[in-house]
Design a protein around this ligand. Structure first.
Ligand code: ADP
Ligand code: MG
Length: 670
C-alpha cells in the first residue's frame, strides 16, 4: 500500500538510504528552513487577519499561500503517487490538507502542511546527526602525510602515498596511514579507533593506524595499506553498512505499518459514511473527523522508532571501539542466555611465558629448546611466541626446518637436519613414557600448559608455559552471572589448566582438550540447549566457532584483518569487559526500541479513537500524532549514547582534546 520506496513504507528522509554530500545537504537544509519560516509567517498573518478583520478572502489567500509554500514538494509528490494509485504518506497528508480547505477549514489545512514540513525537516536533521557523528569520528584521519621522497620529507596528499613508502609522524601529529614503525619510539592514543584511553607504546616493528594520535615521540612509518583500505576506512564502511541494514524488529514494524495504514484509511472512509447515516452527524463534520484519521494513518513515527534507536546504538558503540555489523547482532546480544569464551587470548592475555624446560636421554635443555624454537618459527600460535622469546633470551639460534606443518589444536611438525621432529600436546605423541607423564602431571597441577618435544616419534623433552588471566576477566564473568547469563569456556588446552582458570573466574562450565572442529560442535550443542549463543574469541584460531555462534565477537581485533572481517561484532580494544558494556548497550537500545514502538502505537491509537467522536482537531493530529511523536521517538533514541558514555568512558580522550582542536567539537556531537 505504501509507495515510498526508500524508508520501508515511510517517506521520511530519516529512514532513507542514499545521502548527498554534507555541503549540499546543509545548503538544502538552509533553503528549507527559510521556506518553512516564510510559510509560518504567512500562516500567522492569515490567523491575525482572520481574527481581527472582516476580510475573509484576504485571510484565505494568506492561508493558501502558506499551504503552497510549505506543501509544494509534498503536494507534487502526492499527486504523482495518487495518479499511480499509491497511498503514500504524502497522499494522506495532501488529502487531509486539501480536504480541510474544501470543507471550510483553511487555517487548519495550512497548519497541517506547515507543521508537517517542519517535522520532516527536523527529523531528517536529527537522524542525520546520529549517523553523521560516526562519519565525523572517522574523518579524523589527516588529509596529508610527510613522505620521504628524493631524500627529503615532503607534504603529500594521503591518496598519493603508496604502500612501502616511508612517512614521518612528528610528536602531536595524527598518524596519516596504516603502517609499521621502522624508526623511533613513542606512545599513540588509539582511542579514535579502540575507545581505549590508555595510550599504546610503539617501537620498531609495531603497527600504527591511520587516525590515531601520536603523542610524545617521533616515528618513521613504512606504509602497509593505501589510504582507502586503512583499518579506519574499513571500520567506517562496516558501520555505515550496518546503519542501513534492517533488523528483524524493523522488518516487523514495516509489515505492521503496511496493515496499519490501510486499516486507518478504511476507518476514515467508514467514519465519513456511517457517522451521518447512523448518528446523524453533519456530513461536513464527519469528513473533518475522517481527515484527522488520515493524518494519524501516517506510520512515520512508528517506522522511525526502531531504526533511529538502532542507528543510535550502533553509533554509540562505534565511538567506543566496538564495531557492530548489523542491528540484528545488537538485538541478539541482549537476548543471549549464554556467553561462550575462548580461553587463550580472550580470558587470558595470550602472552604466555616459558616457565620450565626439561630434557633427558642425551638431549639437554638447550637442545630441546633449540628444536622447539626452530619448529615454532613457522607458527603464529601464542605458544610459539613464548618459545621463541625464551630461546632468544637464552641465546639459542633457530635452525632451518623442512616440511613444516601446523596441526591445529595439537602442535607443529617438521624435519630438522634429517630428523622428524614435533612439538605439541599428547595428540601428537600417542605413547608417552611413564617418566614424562609424571613430569607433565606435576607441571599441570601447578596450572601450567605442557607441550612435548619429540624426535622420530619419541619424546625427548617438554616445555611448561604459563598464561595470565586478564585483569578484567573475573569482574566480567561475575557481571555476566549477575545478569543471569551462563558463562562457558572452551579451550584446546589441557583439562587441569582449564579447570584452574574456570575456578579462578567462576565460569559455569568449561570444556578442555578441544580441536577447532570440536569447538564448533560445542557451540552447536550449546545453541541447542540454550538458544542462540554469543561467542567471544580472538577471531584468529577460533574463527570457525565464532562463525557458527549466533553472534561471534572478536576481541583485540585492531591489526587483525581476519578478525575484523569474520566476526559479527568486533571489539577493537582487548578489554574483555567490553562484553558487559555491549550487553548493557544492547539491553538499553532494545528497551528504547520497545518504548518507542509502544508509545507510537498507544498515542496513534488513542488519537484515532478520540477523532471519531470529534474530540481531535486536525492541527492536534499533526502536532501530537505526527510531529510530537516523531520528536519523542528521536529524542528517546538519542539518549542511548549519552547514558553509555557516562558509564564507560569517564576519563577518555583528555590528551586528544589538548592536541587536536578538531576533536573537541566531536566530543559534544549527539
Ligand atoms: P586455545 O583453545 O587455548 O586457544 P588452541 O586450539 O590454539 O588453544 O591449541 C590447543 C593446544 O594445542 C595448545 O594448548 C597446545 O597444546 C597445542 N598447540 C597448538 N598449536 C601449537 C603450537 N604452535 N605449538 C605448541 N603447541 C601447540
Ligand atoms: Mg585461541
Amino acid at each position: 500500500m505504501h509507495g515510498s520506496e526508500g524508508g520501508g513504507g515511510c517517506g521520511c528522509t530519516a529512514c532513507g538510504h542514499a545521502h548527498a554530500h554534507h555541503g549540499e545537504e546543509e545548503e538544502q537544509g538552509r533553503h528549507q528552513v527559510a521556506v518553512i519560516a516564510g510559510a509560518a509567517v504567512l500562516l500567522t498573518a492569515g490567523l491575525v487577519v482572520d481574527w481581527a478583520t472582516p476580510y475573509g478572502e484576504a485571510a484565505l489567500l494568506l492561508f493558501a499561500l502558506a499551504a503552497l509554500a510549505a506543501g509544494y514538494d509534498l503536494l507534487k509528490t502526492a499527486l504523482h503517487a495518487l495518479l499511480r494509485l499509491r497511498f503514500t504518506m504524502e497522499v494522506l497528508i495532501g488529502i487531509a490538507a486539501a480536504g480541510a480547505f474544501l470543507i471550510g477549514h483553511p487555517a487548519e489545512g495550512a497548519t497541517v502542511l506547515v507543521l508537517f514540513a517542519a517535522a520532516e525537516l527536523l527529523e531528517a536533521h536529527a537522524s542525520e546527526r546520529a549517523r553523521r557523528s560516526v562519519a565525523d569520528l572517522f574523518s579524523l584521519a589527516p588529509v596529508s602525510a610527510r613522505v620521504q621522497r628524493d631524500g627529503r620529507w615532503t607534504e603529500v596528499d594521503v591518496h598519493a602515498v603508496g604502500v612501502g613508502e616511508h612517512v614521518q609522524v612528528r610528536p602531536g601529529d595524527q598518524v596519516p596511514l596504516d603502517g609499521v614503525v621502522v624508526a623511533g619510539a613513542s606512545s599513540v592514543d588509539q582511542a579514535a579507533l579502540t575507545g581505549e584511553s590508555v595510550p599504546a607504546a610503539k617501537g620498531i616493528g609495531d603497527e600504527v593506524f591511520a587516525g590515531t594520535q601520536n603523542l610524545e615521540g617521533s616515528l618513521e612509518v613504512e606504509v602497509t595499506r593505501p589510504d582507502t583500505e586503512s583499518t579506519l576506512a574499513r571500520v567506517a564502511a562496516y558501520v555505515e553498512e550496518a546503519q542501513q541494514r534492517r533488523s528483524r524488529t524493523e522488518k516487523f514494524i514495516e509489515k505492521f505499518a503496511r496493515v496499519y495504514t490501510p486499516a486507518v484509511i478504511a476507518g476514515a472512509l467508514a467514519v465519513t459514511a456511517f457517522l451521518p447515516l447512523v448518528f446523524g452527524v453533519p456530513f461536513a463534520d464527519s469528513v473533518y473527523r475522517a481527515l484527522s484519521l488520515l493524518v494519524i494513518a501516517c506510520p512515520c513515527a512508528l517506522a522511525l522508532s526502531t531504526p533511529v534507536s538502532m542507528v543510535s546504538g550502533i553509533t554509540a558503540a562505534a565511538r567506543q571501539g566496538v564495531l557492530i555489523k548489523g542491528s540484528d547482532y545488537l538485538e541478539a546480544v541482549g537476548r543471549a542466555r549464554v556467553v561462550v569464551f575462548d580461553k587463550t587470548g580472550t580470558l587470558t592475555t595470550g602472552r604466555l611465558q616459558v616457565t620450565a624446560v626439561k630434557g633427558s636421554g642425551g638431549a639437554g635443555e638447550m637442545e630441546v629448546l633449540q628444536i622447539a624454537a626452530s619448529l615454532e618459527a613457522g607458527s603464529g600460535h601464542p605458544i610459539a611466541a613464548a618459545v621463541m622469546a625464551k630461546a632468544q633470551e637464552d641465546g639459542i639460534e633457530a635452525g632451518p626446518v623442512e616440511g613444516f606443518a601446523a596441526v591445529p589444536g595439537s602442535g607443529v611438525r617438521g624435519t630438522l637436519g634429517g630428523r622428524a621432529c614435533a612439538l605439541g600436546n599428547g595428540r601428537l605423541f600417542p605413547d608417552v613414557d611413564e617418566m614424562w607423564t609424571e613430569e607433565r602431571e606435576h607441571l599441570e597441577a601447578a596450572g601450567q600448559t605442557v607441550v612435548f618435544v619429540g624426535e622420530d616419534g619419541r619424546v625427548i623433552g617438554l616445555i611448561g608455559l604459563m598464561d595470565t588471566v586478564r585483569e578484567d576477566a573475573p569482574a566480567t564473568v561475575a557481571g555476566l552471572r549477575a545478569r543471569g547469563i551462563r558463562t562457558v569456556m572452551l579451550t584446546g588446552d589441557n583439562e587441569k589448566v582449564a579447570a584452574a582458570v574456570a575456578a579462578r573466574l567462576g565460569i559455569d562450565e568449561h570444556r578442555a582438550g578441544l580441536l577447532p572442529a570440536e569447538k564448533v560442535q560445542a557451540v552447536e550443542d550449546l545453541s541447542r540447549r540454550f538458544g542462540e549463543v554469543v561467542m567471544v574469541g580472538d577471531g584468529i584460531n577460533d574463527a570457525p566457532a565464532l562463525a557458527r555462534a549466533g553472534v561471534g565477537i572478536a576481541m583485540g581485533a585492531i591489526g587483525s584483518d581476519i578478525a575484523i572481517e569474520t566476526a559479527d561484532i568486533v571489539l577493537m580494544h582487548d578489554r574483555v569487559a567490553g562484553i558487559e558494556t555491549l550487553i548493557d548497550l544492547s539491553t538499553k537500545t532494545m528497551k528504547v526500541v520497545r518504548q518507542n514502538v509502544a508509545v507510537s502505537i498507544i498515542v496513534k491509537t488513542g488519537i484515532a479513537v478520540l477523532a471519531v467522536p470529534g474530540l481531535v482537531t486536525l492541527w492536534m493530529a499533526v502536532a501530537i500524532g505526527d510531529m510530537g511523536l516523531s520528536f519523542a521517538v528521536i529524542a528517546n533514541a538519542l539518549r542511548i549514547p549519552w547514558g553509555r558514555e557516562k558509564v564507560s568512558l569517564p576519563q577518555a580522550k583528555i590528551v586528544k582534546q589538548q592536541t587536536d582542536p578538531s576533536s573537541i567539537h566531536h566530543e559534544n556531537m549527539l
